[in-house]
Design a binder for this molecule. Structure first.
Ligand SMILES: [Fe+2]
Ligand SMILES: [Fe+2]
Length: 257
């Protein structure tokens, strides 16, 4: 992602830059806003979990992971800056996600935080896999955004097992905690998107309430197939299986670790 450091981000993002749809563009923007917040949690949790003195193969992978996630955060922050320019601020709901992660950081043990990070990384890998499968159908009128989302998805798929393996090396939790974590992520994600997306969309449509409501209704009732394609719940819940390993997300023929 380092090459994006010098990539220009001067394009006007206030319109429908993705698929000529203001709603789809708003979802992409909401995802971009929350990305550095989540990645900060991953980076801090993994740095705590790795043993720099031991320097094992897993520790090397963790260091590479931290490097990649820092690159993603940097690129998304640059992109987000160009969004706050027209939005005039950050979307509501973001503070809640930050607060919840702060609570997790301060109150939960390292293995539990690694469980949350592993589940979120699985979430990211599932979304990235769907994104890569569907990206030919996406038309983006912003070169920086196209490169950013594409490269990010590729790197998420490539490093999808790192946090999981680190979690395995500490201790794993039973099925109950895996299911509870996945449900908490889904609920928080749904809540965040339900607030952030309409807010962004409202700004894109000149703060006209009727236009926002009609665009939202059109999107919800017209994009059922898209929702299923981008968020395959079955794959998300693979994480709750006892024999699950993220390697299998891309190649189901691999044996469970
Ligand atoms: Fe990332
Ligand atoms: Fe990641």
């Amino acid at each position: 992602m380092q090459f994006l450091d010098n990539y220009p981000t001067t394009e006007d993002m206030s319109g429908a830059w993705c698929n000529s749809s203001a709603a789809t563009s708003s979802i992409m923007e909401a995802v971009s806003f929350v990305t550095p917040v989540l990645e900060n949690f991953f980076i801090r949790t993994v740095s705590e979990g790795l043993d720099k003195a031991r320097n094992s193969e897993l520790d090397q992978r963790c260091l590479a992971f931290i490097h990649e996630e820092s690159g993603h955060s940097r690129a998304h922050k640059r992109f987000n800056q160009s969004l706050t320019g027209y939005l005039g601020g950050l979307p509501p709901g973001l503070t809640l996600v930050e607060k919840l992660l702060d609570i997790a950081r301060n109150r939960l043990s390292l293995p539990k935080r690694l469980l949350i990070a592993s589940a979120l990384e699985h979430f990211a890998a599932v979304l990235s896999k769907s994104y890569l499968n569907e990206q030919q159908r996406l038309e983006m009128h912003c070169d920086f955004a196209r490169e950013l989302f594409l490269r990010h998805a590729e790197e998420e798929i490539a490093h999808r097992s790192v946090v999981f393996d680190l979690w395995l090396s500490k201790r794993t939790s039973g099925r109950f905690w895996r299911i509870a974590t996945m449900m908490a992520i889904l609920l928080t994600g749904f809540f965040y998107l339900s607030i952030a997306v309409p807010w962004i969309l409202h700004h894109k449509l000149g703060c006209r309430l009727s236009a926002t409501l009609s665009a939202l209704t059109g999107f919800v009732f017209g994009s059922g197939r898209d929702m299923q394609a981008y968020l395959p719940l079955t794959e998300l819940f693979w994480f709750t299986r006892r024999d699950f390993h993220p390697d299998r997300l891309v190649d189901e023929s691999l044996p469970a670790k």
